[in-house]
Write a protein that binds this ligand. Sequence first.
Ligand code: AMP
Length: 279
Amino acid sequence: MEIIETASKMQAWRKEVDAVAFVPTMGNLHAGHLALVKRAKATGAQVVVSIFVNPLQFGEDEDLDQYPRTLAQDLAQLGALGVGAVFVPTVEELYPNGLESVQTLVNPPTHLIDDLCGRSRPGHFEGVATVVSKFFNIIQPNYALFGEKDYQQLKVIEQMVEDLNYPIEILSAPIIREESGLARSSRNHYLTPQEKEASTLLYQTLKGVEEKILAGERNYQDLEEEAKAKLAAAGWKVDYLTVRVAENLNVATDEQELILLAAATLGETRLLDNIRITL
Ligand code: AMP
């Protein structure tokens, strides 16, 4: 497994292999990331994983400095999975002109990013789309893999690939959870033991809404309000909890393929979760 720190070395490595399946990550790898790597491996292509905590996608008051960085452990896990190369650029390597200076940014369409996570994290999806676009240009993958855990991100990337004519097939993989139901996330490390126990309420609440929808309830707004109140009563700060059309994230009316999405903060930790619902 090659460990590559510069864009020029990554490009040189790329020239020597046929097909590439690319898995972008911010490291601190867990079972959710490893499932994406296995899915990448199943394409038969050489797998490239990037580990890069991208400052461009963090807001000023967010957890950029705190974000867990565990490179040695990450590399050990990837080595065992038969990954071809790990791209671990420094911030200076990817943003040689600095983050503050004028640079080209990828701006995803506003209807996709002024909503849900983008509403409370202005600039986040521009940062994500810009860094993923840079990785796509450096690595030139045939496939790129994204988790459904970050469903809005998946939609933003699919749209970018379509709009900017990237010859890349986007593959996604379902959410990997802990036994308790909590979606795996590097940010789960921020939870205290008590919060970790309490955190299962998010998934339980979503499951409760799903059950009611599958049982025939169609007043989504009432279901959303009820679920938000339940979380708020347990001390959560709910950012959003909403039933959307799975394909395009529009507000759901009578569609068959839905997605129930939530973001909520427990203590200091913002958690995301979602459930796909097929009527
Ligand atoms: P991150 O390192 O958090 O930026 O995530 C890198 C990739 O792993 C993204 O495509 C995420 O959607 C995906 N991912 C993170 N957590 C999970 C999970 N629990 N299940 C599936 N995919 C995940």
